[in-house]
Design a protein around this ligand. Structure first.
Ligand code: G
Ligand code: G
Ligand code: MN
Ligand code: NA
Length: 253
């Protein structure tokens, strides 16, 4: 079986699952959102991280079906948590460039919104800077996604070919500072300056900013002192299976 065919089969057999990494408000300690991250629960190899299968899924185009499964599953999970009485929170889903360039992206997303009945205000799509550069009509697509009522986040911000033009068009809700900058924030003054500048720019533009890859207290203090109040990272929580994420919500009740 080629890896391509195994992925196809895994989709049919329901071997993929989502883990949820909490996003925390530094000021209150509250979980304010969650990023859905796909894993492959492989029958013989165990739980495989995205790096093991996303590249092939991208190359073969299977990422489109996988991405739709991810989006639908995250929306359904959000609805389950709502029904269980938890305060509704933002759920972020990664969009691949292949998905972003599909001509029927908007229709497919509309269908998933209708089907799952999620309030789109709680759904955030994470896109990367390069996606907005490489796709013809990217600004229009972003505009249509906004019209559907969803939030848009630029993932890995600062690592791609930045196109600040789309920030000017107000279609972006949040910048996610790439973890490569956060990692060396305490030892590399350039990284520290870049992070401080991204935060300041987001505040000036009136858009949200979240830091990913926060692993220790010093990084957290730096971000806090520069008024970045949303963080995601191992310092607080790793990505968790849905049941464990739910336990966390209960504990924090
Ligand atoms: O979960 P982990 O930190 O190992 O994720 C590694 C990479 O895989 C990240 O860059 C993340 O954006 C990507 N990834 C995780 N889940 C998805 C998904 O559902 N769709 C896409 N396109 N990428 C994902
Ligand atoms: O590229 P993307 O932003 O979607 O990546 C999310 C990935 O980052 C997930 O695979 C997740 O496991 C990983 N991640 C989340 N928090 C941390 C962290 O604090 N440190 C490191 N090294 N990786 C993290
Ligand atoms: Mn992401
Ligand atoms: Na990222």
């Amino acid at each position: 079986l080629t890896l391509e065919n195994s992925i196809r089969k895994a989709l049919q057999l329901g071997e993929f699952e989502l883990h949820y990494q909490p996003q925390v408000d530094v000021l209150t300690g509250e979980v304010i959102g969650t990023e859905a991250l796909v894993r492959w629960n492989h029958p013989t190899l165990g739980l495989l991280p995205p790096a093991k299968f996303i590249p092939i899924a991208e190359e073969t185009g299977l990422i489109v079906s996988l991405g739709e499964w991810v989006l639908r599953t995250a929306c359904l999970q959000h609805q389950v948590w709502r029904e269980k009485g938890f305060a509704p929170m933002r759920v972020s889903v990664n969009l691949s460039s292949r998905q972003f360039s599909k001509h029927d992206l908007i229709e497919r997303i509309e269908e998933i919104l209708r089907e799952t009945r999620i309030d789109p205000r709680y759904l955030e799509l994470e896109i990367t800077e390069s996606m907005t550069m490489n796709v013809d009509g990217a600004i229009e697509v972003l505009g249509k996604l906004k019209e559907l009522g969803m939030q848009l986040c630029i993932d890995d911000f600062g690592t791609g070919y930045s196109n600040l033009y789309y920030l000017k068009l107000f279609s972006i809700d949040r910048l996610k500072i790439d973890r490569s900058f956060v990692r060396d924030i305490m030892t590399d003054t350039t990284d520290a300056d870049i992070v401080a500048t991204i935060i300041a720019m987001a505040h000036k533009l009136g858009i949200g900013v979240i830091a990913e890859g926060v692993e220790d207290r010093d990084q957290l203090d730096f971000l806090h002192s520069h008024s970045c109040h949303e963080v995601q990272g191992f310092y607080y929580h790793r990505p968790l299976p849905a049941a464990q994420f739910e336990r966390l919500l209960r504990k924090r009740g």
